[in-house]
Design a protein around this ligand. Structure first.
Ligand SMILES: Cc1cc2nc3c(=O)[nH]c(=O)nc-3n(C[C@H](O)[C@H](O)[C@H](O)COP(=O)(O)OP(=O)(O)OC[C@H]3O[C@@H](n4cnc5c(N)ncnc54)[C@H](O)[C@@H]3O)c2cc1C
Length: 370
């Protein structure tokens, strides 16, 4: 590594698993990295939600990705490293499939050796990577403008108030809306990246279709003992696609039994068609909670009522298209700009990890040729 490459400054937009893996890989290779995350904490769709029950006690929920699997050897090597650091663990519980038409289980399989969870929450990996040596993390800081100046440290970043956030040699963006009109739909602001700057990437970035999902967080005083599995996929339900028992994951408190239900994309789309993408009122969220819970009750699997119930909307839970399966990220060498995330490779944690690694590799090639 040359002394020049040590001085390379890179901004990473987003602290989901792709951005966090990219930032950590860059920092380990001597790059100075700043992560900008619009959310209050790290993890993106691998976040952990903290709620307070009526008794004042804390309730934690993995309301995004419940677990992940890996098959690629590069991703596997990272997961094994995280496992040795105590950041992830295997979740060895029985999983099943439930048919809502016949109200019967179609099958239950014993836990396998490839279902990983973050410990003590799904966000533990991103949290650790965001605080590694050489990585500075700014939470609650959304990037609203990426300006290109024909000078040293050509990228200038600003937030939604137009505040200056810094100058960088390179940028990695893990936001699929960075150059898309959907950013305007969500924020009312123009997209941060002017696609005229990166004409070769423009077509791919203009519109990436997504599937939405609602998560329903539930806490019960007593275990739901009629359910023979801790993760369930639902067949023949208009409303529910998945349920899992969060409190059976390693490292979670067991003073209550916490379940999370996921809606089908069709159900989520039908709600969004009526409400749009703006913030949902408590009344609407309550109605969604009731509809999802009623469907769970109809299965005959629920033996008691929850003491806590709250819905969360994931407007872009899963990308419906992968835009860079071969390259694993988009890259503009003239601008030192990489775009990474699950939407590049595959709509899951492994795809996001591989994309973050690919983006880091592109920037490291640049830094070594400086
Ligand atoms: C309900 C649900 C269930 C899932 N189930 C599974 C599963 O079982 N297995 C599996 O492998 N995967 C699952 N996934 C998918 C998995 O969570 C994602 O594939 C993965 O977490 C994506 O990581 P990412 O880094 O690409 O994106 P994200 O996690 O979305 O990270 C992007 C980050 O960028 C931030 N950001 C965006 N724009 C800006 C901006 N302008 N400025 C600053 N920050 C910004 C966001 O706040 C976010 O934190 C699930 C997802 C959901 C929502």
């Amino acid at each position: 590594m040359s002394s020049l490459s040590v001085a390379m400054k890179v901004a990473v937009i987003g602290s989901g698993i792709s951005g966090a893996v990219c930032a950590s890989t860059l920092a380990r290779n001597g790059v100075s990295v700043t992560i900008f995350e619009s959310g209050r904490g790290p993890g993106g769709r691998m976040s952990q939600r903290r709620e307070i029950g009526e008794d004042g006690k804390e309730l934690m929920f993995d309301h995004g990705a419940p677990f992940f699997s890996v098959s690629n050897s590069d991703a596997m090597a990272l997961v094994h490293e995280w496992e040795s650091r105590g950041l992830v663990s295997l979740w060895k519980q029985a999983f099943g499939s439930f048919d809502c038409a016949s109200n019967k289980f179609l099958g239950v399989q014993e836990g396998d050796a490839n279902k990983y969870v973050g410990v003590p929450g799904m966000n533990s990996i991103s949290k650790a990577l965001c605080h590694e040596s050489g990585v500075q993390s700014m939470f609650g800081t959304g990037i609203a403008k990426l300006e290109w100046l024909e000078e040293e440290l050509p990228w200038l970043l600003k937030d939604s108030k137009g505040e200056y956030l810094g100058r960088f040699d390179g940028v990695v963006a893990s936001d699929k809306n960075i150059g898309s009109p959907r950013f305007t739909q969500l924020t009312g602001l123009p997209p941060p990246l002017d696609l005229n700057l990166v004409p070769e990437l423009a077509t791919k970035l203009q519109h990436i279709p997504v599937l939405p999902c609602f998560s329903l967080m539930l806490a019960f005083k007593e275990p739901l003992s009629l359910i023979p599995a801790k993760g369930l996929s639902f067949k023949n339900s208009q409303i529910l696609s998945w349920a899992h028992c969060d409190s059976t994951k390693p490292g979670r408190p067991t003073d209550s039994e916490r379940w999370i239900l996921h809606s089908t994309p069709d159900y989520a789309n039908s709600v969004i068609a009526k409400t749009g993408l703006q913030k949902l009122s408590n009344e609407t969220l309550h109605k969604i909670s009731e509809e999802m819970f009623k469907e769970f009750l109809c299965s005959g699997l629920v033996s008691s009522l929850p003491f806590f119930m709250k819905a969360h909307r994931w407007g872009s839970a899963f990308p419906a298209k992968s835009i860079a399966v071969e390259e694993r990220c988009l890259w503009d060498r003239n601008r030192n700009l990489a775009i990474c995330g699950d939407f590049c490779v595959s709509p899951n944690v492994e795809g996001a990890i591989l994309s973050g690694l690919a983006a880091a590799s592109k920037l490291l090639q640049t830094s070594s040729s400086l």
